[in-house]
Design a protein around this ligand. Structure first.
Ligand code: BES
Ligand code: ZN
Length: 456
């Protein structure tokens, strides 16, 4: 039996594969909101049943948070593990969606067919590319090509609180020769890519309190401290006028790009004008002495993700608020230590507080950056398989986002992660009207079949 037979079956089964994905997309498995916890269970149950249908020995495994789904198929040859996440981001602002985020549909667009709905790209559509490749393989061959472990998480979008303990407790079961992760994208929405660098992430929420109650700004304005004024001054001081982050010690452990990677990236000829133009921007806004691709893939950042306080409703209220709040995140690279940076950031805020102000901090997750060596011959084999499918030479790239498990595979299990995904820049992941191109889904499934063929 040949790879061609598997690929043909993938082509002819695409309508059914799409229908299965639509079923999974109808389950609102938003991990960060406790109101959706039952739906996370339902999504895990759906995956258990689906993996059973391709012959896996599979269980929903409880954690203190949302369950994991772990399934095994025995076989000869290498032991491959496949990871994806079944949880999705919240849908707000709901009014900016053109349809119900959990009533997915296929749409014809000028650029081709797309599957519209929350999680279509991040990460249910991507997760199903691998499952569908296995289904087609099994249908043609009667078995899968090697020993495969499926490992699906339901907390990725909320910082993976249960992941490290689960991996530690189940290390022997999850340790494998290679971990395949499908949660990234094509380079410039077109070039198949293996991600070798992911940034880490640190989240901090801060609340500054000044007067012990909201005040009338006519009675107290001028004489009373305003916490929004204090907060905005501190936030504005987090970058200097060259775009560098000012938190003391922030750049400790940030490496310069090795020459070979620099020239590899130069060869990619990233079109930052288009990348920014597609979202209504024109000027790179990071560190002035860095190229745009470095800013996204290999330089650390600090961003304010949310800020609130005082009166933000309709009309106007002359209030002098008691509290001001912000959510701040840092993307980390190299050996930057999230815990050291957290302490340094907190100290910087405390040092900047005037009299009569108090600050409270809440930490929201802390994970280091990760880099994957591509010396294992599996990488060149997968690169060739991707090149064959997409008819464009596949590239090794970085990724500005964070996928905590990639580092855990290396550090906890000693298993090398290989990140291959088919998302496009305009998929609007985490945003209203998320979509996954039918091309991503179809060629994604075919890509995994080719990679399985090349690795076994
Ligand atoms: N799939 C994304 C990671 C990603 C982002 C890949 C952008 C390619 C491009 C992943 O699900 C994600 O969003 N991760 C979060 C981290 C998490 C700890 C909240 C992120 O990067 O913000
Ligand atoms: Zn994701």
């Amino acid at each position: 039996m040949t790879l061609d037979a598997v690929l043909s079956r993938i082509d002819s089964d695409l309508p059914h594969a799409t229908e299965r994905l639509m079923e999974l997309l109808r389950i609102p498995s938003i991990s960060t909101d406790p109101a959706f916890a039952d739906h996370c269970q339902t999504a895990a149950d759906w995956l258990v049943a689906d993996l059973q249908s391709i012959g896996a020995d599979v269980e929903k495994r409880p954690t203190p948070g949302h369950p994991m789904v772990v399934g095994h198929v025995e076989g000869d040859g290498p032991h491959l593990l496949f990871y994806g996440h079944y949880d999705v981001q919240p849908v707000d602002p709901l009014e900016l969606w053109d349809r119900d985020p959990f009533d997915p549909q296929i749409e014809d667009t000028p650029a081709g067919k797309v599957i519209r709905g929350r999680g279509s790209s991040d990460d249910k559509g991507q997760l199903m590319t691998f499952v569908e490749a296995c289904r087609a393989w099994k249908a043609e061959h009667g078995t899968l090509p090697c020993r495969i472990t499926f490992f699906f998480e339901g907390e990725e979008e909320s910082g993976s609180p249960s992941l490290v303990p689960f991996m530690q407790e189940n290390a022997a079961e999850l340790k494998s020769d290679l971990a395949l992760i499908c949660d990234t994208g094509l380079f410039e929405s077109r070039v198949p890519a293996i991600v070798t660098m992911l940034r880490g992430l640190l989240g901090e929420e801060i609340t500054i309190t000044a007067p012990d109650k909201d005040l009338h700004s006519g009675m107290y304005g001028g004489v009373s401290m305003n916490p929004i004024r204090v907060l905005t001054r501190i936030l504005a001081s987090l970058h200097d006028d060259k775009g560098r982050v000012t938190v003391p010690g922030f750049y400790d452990g940030v490496p310069e790009l090795p020459d070979d990677i620099r020239s590899q990236w130069q060869g990619l000829a990233f079109d930052h004008g288009k990348f920014l133009g597609d979202v209504g921007l024109s000027e790179p806004a990071g560190e002035q002495d860095r190229t745009p691709i470095e800013m996204i893939w290999s330089r650390p950042t600090c961003d304010v993700n949310g800020i609130w306080g005082g009166y933000t409703g309709a009309g106007f209220k002359t209030v002098l608020p008691s509290q001001a709040h912000a959510k701040v995140s840092f993307r980390l690279v190299g050996d930057q230590d999230p815990h050291v940076i957290r302490e340094s950031f907190r100290q910087m805020v405390r040092d900047a507080l005037p009299a009569d102000c108090e600050v409270d901090f809440t930490g929201h997750g802390a994970g280091r950056a990760s880099v994957t060596e591509t010396t294992d011959p599996a990488f060149e084999a997968a690169r060739k398989a991707l090149t064959d499918e997409w008819n464009i030479p596949a590239a090794y790239v970085g990724c500005g986002g964070s996928i905590p498990i990639a580092g855990h595979f290396q550090n906890i299990l000693g298993t090398t992660p290989m990140l291959v995904g088919f998302g496009k820049d305009d998929d609007q992941i985490h945003s209203p009207n998320e979509k996954y191109d039918m091309e991503s889904f179809h060629k994604g499934i075919r890509s995994w079949a080719r990679i399985l063929d090349a690795l076994t």
